[in-house]
Design a protein around this ligand. Structure first.
Ligand code: NAG
Ligand code: NAG
Ligand code: NAG
Ligand code: NAG
Ligand code: NAG
Ligand code: NAG
Ligand code: NAG
Ligand code: NAG
Ligand code: NAG
Length: 700
């Protein structure tokens, strides 16, 4: 008994099922225990009790435990099988503020269940089956006059059930209705929720919202993500701070242009919709974060100048009630986007933007992040006239840029530009000193363009050339120039930089000499030389190197200089290595943490390194099981299961010798045995042979 009581305190997870069925006995034992050991005054319960909280999650309970301390304020019953909350089951806990019964297969709640629970503020009924008996629940909720947080997510609720359930819940501040079956919201759905601050409607099937939020004057955060809304028009929620309407089918976002108040909106998320136009934002707002990736947004002023196109300027929107509302928008005029002056983060990745309208970017004087990945931009000026001087991160990767422009002067206004991703364009021309004029530039990805590296001493045309200069640029930390058709790296091309990452991969015609990376020996930590035609290189000056990628080259012998480094990652895939010398393998196995080896011409009969690596506690061969080797018959075999007995050489001769010896001794002893056998049984065998030979039928 005592033992069990101690167990309850230390590991309270396992419910003592047999006691559960015999409450009388349990009470008796409990009193006995208190008499003996007054210190253990907790009731006998499988729940974890801390101060005023009882945590009874995942205990296969089928009802609310009745023996918890009366003063508890928080009760967690998640992941049990309480299909019904019966009258009186909470009456012993009059101070309850939080009741959480998520994932409980809860179907019904008795009307009077909260009759003594006036203080409940937080009710979590997520992931249950409350659609079954919502009418009783609705009456029960009416008693909770202090309710502030309510989670009804994933309960199969329809809009009719919801409007009944929420009736009179005037104190509610946070409501979660995500993952239900709502299709349509109207002005009655939330009509009593005057205090509501946050509403989550994510992952329903909403396709229409008609005046549903009109009464929610305090609503600050609204989540409509993952529904089927076709448009958000006449948007007039001036008090809203965060609107998440991502992952819908929205073609139009149009603010009610008649409102001249300042909208409090700070975050607008319209990710993954069907917008064709930049959203029609409020005339006055505080939007800082504007997320518009994965739409079809473009600018169309080039069409408005075409008088031969006689296109309409108005759009009509209908709802199910048959009410039409006209929204007149200057569709072909690029001035239509409202106020963007406080935007700090604009994400337009994966859209159809070919150009920015005149002055568009300059209207955002606080813009720090501009993400334009995968659009159709054709030109870009890295100047303070074109981009706001505050820009910190600019991603214009995967566009159609062929040329970069900048001022010819050596001073740039873009003093804050730190991250610049220009990869996957077709840039062929740029001012050679462009990057060196950006004083905070630390991260550049120029991969997959056709830009070479200029010789610092022989600078071509200052305005436009096919090469870029990277020195002096003391702020630069990461440079990615993979796939740029580089032919050579001029000597001292990186002098005066502090590069820690350099990616030169996929420049197969690159000829680089030992001294071209010389400026980097003190700082370089990550070097990518995959597919660069590399054969041999002395890495020993690069003492800081942590990761080296020399995959897809023609390396036939591991450079001895690698043994002097403290590498953590080494990628040797797809080379021509026949083996790794045992002394090298021992060094690597003690230092490197991750190594990639597959795709070489390893000799199956020189795999000592494989065992060394396999046994190492430090080194992890990421592709150990895939490594193949070539055997004596030029066949590829899995190195891990190759049997070295099949190899020639000294070991094989030895084994044949032993085979022969074994064969001989077996043979000799068999002969000996047969001789003895023959000699021993000869007298008996002999007559029989004679008898057989001479036997003749008798005539008797
Ligand atoms: C809501 O409150 C009103 C007035 O307090 C009351 O008459 C009505 O019965 C309540 N409705 C529900 C569903 O509780
Ligand atoms: C909007 O909702 C989606 C889905 O829950 C989420 O991934 C995204 O982060 C939200 N956006 C913002 C700005 O919080
Ligand atoms: C105007 O639009 C017509 C029809 O699409 C097109 O043929 C014409 O080239 C356009 N003109 C200009 C100036 O863009
Ligand atoms: C434009 O369309 C309107 C009606 O659709 C027509 O009355 C008008 O003549 C058209 N104008 C031109 C220039 O085609
Ligand atoms: C919307 O505008 C069109 C064209 O101006 C007009 O014919 C229609 O009656 C208007 N509809 C409403 C509901 O105002
Ligand atoms: C970019 O700069 C070039 C040359 O300075 C200029 O001709 C062009 O109009 C500028 N483009 C934009 C969009 O500002
Ligand atoms: C530079 O960008 C950062 C964003 O990380 C911002 O906090 C900072 O204020 C900007 N500085 C200037 C001078 O604009
Ligand atoms: C630059 O953008 C490309 C394409 O969007 C992306 O794949 C790459 O990871 C980015 N570069 C870096 C270093 O993040
Ligand atoms: C090495 O570089 C190649 C080519 O860029 C890349 O595919 C591979 O993932 C890199 N290896 C590691 C371990 O990152």
């Amino acid at each position: 008994m005592l033992q069990r009581a101690e167990k309850v305190q230390s590991t309270p997870t396992k419910p003592p099922r047999e006691h559960e069925k015999m409450p009388g006995i349990r009470v008796f034992l409990y009193f006995g225990l208190v008499a003996v050991l007054p210190v253990l005054c907790y009731p006998h319960t499988p729940c974890t009790l801390t101060q005023k909280t009882a945590i009874c999650n995942n205990l296969q309970l089928s009802s609310v435990p009745s023996n918890l301390p009366q003063q508890i304020e928080e009760l967690f019953l998640n992941q049990n099988i309480i299909s019904k909350l019966q009258n009186g089951c909470l009456s012993s806990y009059p101070f309850l503020r939080t009741l959480s019964c998520a994932n409980c297969y809860l179907k019904a709640v008795d009307v009077q269940v909260f009759s003594r629970s006036h203080w409940i503020e937080t009710l979590n009924f997520a992931s249950n089956e409350l659609h079954n008996d919502y009418k009783l629940l609705s009456q029960a909720l009416g008693l909770l006059t202090n309710l502030r947080f309510l989670d009804f997510s994933a309960n199969g609720l329809t809009e009719d059930m919801v409007s009944e359930l929420l009736h009179n819940l005037t104190s509610l501040e946070f409501l979660d209705l995500s993952r239900n079956a709502l299709l349509r919201l109207d002005e009655y759905t939330f009509q009593d929720l005057h205090q509501l601050k946050e509403l989550n409607l994510e992952r329903n099937n909403l396709f229409e919202i008609d005046g549903a939020f009109d009464k929610l004057k305090k609503l600050r955060r609204l989540n409509l993500a993952f529904n089927s809304l076709p448009c958000l028009v006449k948007f007039d929620m001036t008090q809203l701070v965060v609107l998440n309407a991502s992952h819908n089918l929205i073609e139009w976002f149009i603010t009610n242009q008649d409102i001249t108040d300042t909208f409090e909106l700070e975050t607008l998320d319209l990710t993954d919709n069907r917008l064709l136009y930049f959203p029609f934002l409020p005339t006055y707002n505080r939007i800082k974060t504007l997320l518009l990736p994965n739409n079809h947004i473009g600018f169309y002023s080039h069409l408005s100048q075409n008088t031969s196109l006689n296109w309409t300027n108005t759009i009509e929107f209908y709802n199910l009630g048959g009410n039409a509302s006209n929204v007149t928008a200057e569709l072909w005029n690029d001035d239509l986007y409202g106020d963007i002056s406080s935007v700090e983060f604009l994400d337009l990745s994966v859209n159809q933007v070919r150009y920015f309208p005149q002055g568009f970017l300059q209207k955002m004087p606080h813009l720090y992040w501009l993400r334009m990945r995968s659009n159709c931009l054709e030109s870009l000026n890295l100047t303070g006239d074109y981009l706001p001087v505050t820009v910190y991160e600019l991603d214009v990767s995967n566009n159609r840029l062929t040329e970069l422009h900048a001022h010819s002067s050596s001073v740039s206004e873009l003093n804050n530009l730190t991250h610049l991703n220009l990869s996957l364009n077709n840039i062929q021309k740029l001012p050679p000193r462009l990057f060196t004029t950006l004083p905070r530039l630390s991260f550049v990805d120029l991969s997959y363009n056709t830009v070479g590296m200029c010789h610092p001493k022989e600078l071509p045309n200052l305005n436009s050339s096919a090469c870029a200069l990277w020195t002096p640029l003391p702020s630069l930390k990461q440079l990615h120039i993979a796939g740029c058709n580089l032919i050579n790296i001029p000597p001292s091309a990186f002098d005066g930089t502090q590069l820690t990452h350099l990616d030169l991969s996929h420049n197969p015609d690159l000829h680089f000499s030992q001294d071209c990376l010389s400026g980097l020996s003190g700082t370089l930590q990550h070097l990518g030389l995959s597919n660069t035609g590399l054969q041999d290189f002395n890495f020993s000056p690069f003492r800081q190197l942590k990761s080296l990628n020399i995959s897809k080259n023609s390396i036939s012998e591991l450079p001895a200089s690698l043994m002097t480094l403290n590498l953590k990652l080494l990628d040797l895939r797809d080379n021509r290595l026949p083996t790794i010398k045992p002394e090298h393998a021992t060094v690597l196995a003690k230092r490197v943490q991750i190594v990639y080896m597959n795709g070489n011409y390893f000799n199956c009969c020189q795999l000592e390194w494989y065992r060394t690596f396999e046994e190492s506690k430090i080194l992890h061969v990421a592709d150990l099981l895939e490594i193949t080797c070539v055997d004596l018959h030029q066949q590829r075999k899995k190195a891990g299961v190759f049997d070295s007995v099949l190899c020639g050489g000294k070991s094989r001769e030895e084994s044949i010798f032993w085979y022969i010896l074994l064969f001989l001794s077996v043979g000799v002893s068999m002969v000996g045995v047969s001789v003895i056998y023959f000699l021993t049984f000869r007298p008996r065998l002999l007559p029989r042979v004679i008898k057989k030979k001479c036997w003749k039928p008798t005539t008797y």
